[in-house]
Write a protein that binds this ligand. Structure first.
Ligand code: DON
Length: 305
């Protein structure tokens, strides 16, 4: 049976519509609190170059923690396995912005996707690049083969002005010697990277290198195969924070979530899918986007298990 992806995506968009009023938008970043909860988009990009979408699949939204995939890819390329001396590779079982493990674990974050780990990754990029957020953005441009995607300066400013929690995490890690640069500079770069705005279509296309062993179709190697495998493994085990186990059971794929409401999932060897809906559950993961990707993965038999 050949899959009719356009019809499947339309059906999924209709199916999840009743969920769109549920959850809360990420109001701790004031610029995101204005997002209407009735938006929904889904897009699929296949490694042979096709892109399909439904709903608001072309609408750009704040990628937030989805940026951590790109930052990690860049840091791994530059730093190699030395990165793992400063960031762990284990699920945290805690919220994305938690501090509790840091004291017991001497300032070494559990993984690169919790905020603490992403701040260490940004610190690494601050050492390597004069403008680390530009490096992340240019990496995205390279993945897309175009330079249209940009940082939403208002969202970046809004988060930076309300970043006490991330500042506390960064200072705490610095006190253990695991953050080397200036905390303010790290926060500037991190908030700017999180404020990149992309659509489901762009995110699905940009994620294809993870489905293709580090080669961005049609043939540009952007990370080595081992790095791609590790990013996928970390997405599966840590990409949805304290809901990683639940999403692994429901979806069975490497996923990354963001408080902008986006979720990216990778089907190795085949495709990348991104869904977006601003209403979040208590873990900060989009309710309707998770339901949509669950339906998609089930319909095409994509679970890796
Ligand atoms: O640092 C923060 O809190 C945000 N810039 C990103 C958090 C996020 O997206 C968590 N994902 N669900």
């Amino acid at each position: 049976m050949t899959l009719d992806l356009p019809t499947l995506l339309q059906d999924i968009a209709a199916d999840v519509r009743p969920l769109l009023g549920e959850g809360e938008v990420a109001s701790y970043i004031p610029a995101l609190s204005r997002m209407p909860r009735d938006r929904f988009g889904i897009a699929v990009a296949t490694i042979d170059g096709r892109v399909y979408g439904a709903g608001d699949s072309g609408h750009r939204f704040s990628i937030q923690s989805l940026s951590k995939m790109y930052a990690l890819a860049l840091a791994l390329q530059r730093e190699g396995d030395a990165l793992w001396q400063r960031v762990g590779r284990e699920p945290s079982g805690t919220p994305f912005n938690s501090l509790v493990q840091l004291e017991r674990e001497r300032g070494v974050p559990r993984n690169p996707f919790v905020n603490a780990g992403a701040l260490v990754v940004t610190d690494v990029l601050c050492r390597r690049y004069l403008q680390p957020e530009r490096a992340v953005l240019e990496f995205v441009h390279r993945l897309l083969g175009e330079a249209d995607v940009a940082i939403d300066a208002e969202v970046a400013r809004s988060e930076r002005g309300h970043s006490d929690r991330n500042a506390a995490i960064a200072h705490f890690m610095r006190s253990f010697g695991n953050l080397h640069g200036d905390v303010g500079a790290v926060l500037d770069a991190y908030c700017a990277q999180c404020a990149i705005a992309m659509s489901c279509r762009e995110l699905a296309r940009a994620g294809l290198f993870l489905a293709a062993d580090g080669v961005q179709p049609p043939g540009t190697r952007v990370v080595d195969a081992l790095a791609a495998r590790r990013i996928n493994a970390l997405m599966l085990t840590c990409g949805a924070y304290d809901a990683a186990g639940d999403l692994a059971c429901r979806i069975g794929l490497p996923v990354k979530t963001g408080v902008g409401g986006g979720i990216v999932a990778v089907v190795p060897g085949r495709l990348c899918v991104c869904a977006w809906a601003p209403g979040l559950d208590a873990n900060g993961n989009s309710i309707a986007a998770a339901a949509a990707i669950e339906r998609f993965a089930t319909a095409i038999g994509a679970s890796i298990f």
